[in-house]
Design a protein around this ligand. Structure first.
Ligand code: COA
Length: 187
């Protein structure tokens, strides 16, 4: 499916475009943001290469993932969100918001939109997410969205110069259908 555009009350999820390079640096180029991600902060040159690959990959058939820009009401990129597709109708969720917009509920809105898309449009059965044990914002977000904790994976990612454990969470299609009305405006 291409192109994807998903609209919420404050945010839109859309495909990446070439002029996202500079705004995307406030996300993937900021070590405070990438500290809790599975990759290190990128240089502008590295990100230019990655962005070109992301734009090309979005048009692959079948798509390996839906990696989308999160944009505000002025179409400015404020973050990214991704569902990577796995076997047996499963998906893995990842997200980041630029530091200037933390704490505004943007990740909650974007994740709820992506869960609607994953379960209703892609007909996924299970969506999982993994986050660092000290990533309290992400853990609260997943709890709010009714993800169930499944345990701790040891040395799951090598990032920022060392191995990091991950806490694994998941939500199933019927659980999201029961939960989504209580998440807020995004239904
Ligand atoms: C995790 C992240 C995406 C949250 O984005 P956000 O837009 O600030 O999140 P929201 O405003 O929707 O808030 C989500 C929850 O986290 C809580 N939260 C936000 N910042 C927090 C912080 N610094 N410490 C503890 N909780 C925090 C909010 O209170 C909210 O919980 P609540 O619904 O129980 O009140 C953002 O901090 C980020 O981009 N971090 C770096 C990248 C990252 O860690 N991505 C996730 C990898 S698993």
């Amino acid at each position: 499916m291409f192109p994807v555009v998903i609209t919420g009350p404050r945010l839109t999820l859309r495909e990446f475009q070439a002029d996202d390079l500079d705004p995307s640096m406030a996300v993937v180029g900021d070590p405070e943001v990438t500290r809790t991600l599975s990759f290190d902060a990128r240089s502008r040159n590295d990100q230019a290469e990655r962005l070109a690959q992301d734009i090309t990959r979005a048009q692959a058939q079948p798509r390996p993932d839906y990696y989308l820009a999160i944009t505000n009401s002025t179409d400015l990129l404020v973050g990214f969100i991704r569902i990577g597709l796995g076997r047996d109708n499963s998906g893995e969720l990842g997200y980041a918001i630029r530091r200037a917009d933390w704490g505004k509920g943007y990740a909650t809105e974007a994740a709820a939109l992506m869960l609607n898309f994953g379960f209703d449009t892609l007909h996924l059965h299970r969506i999982q997410a993994a986050c660092g044990p000290d990533n309290h914002a992400s853990q609260r977000l997943l709890a709010r969205l009714a993800f169930t904790p499944e345990g701790r994976i040891r040395d799951h990612v090598f990032t920022n110069g060392g191995w990091r454990d991950s806490l694994l969470y998941s939500i199933l299609d019927h659980e999201w259908r029961n939960q989504r009305t209580s998440v807020g405006e995004v239904q």
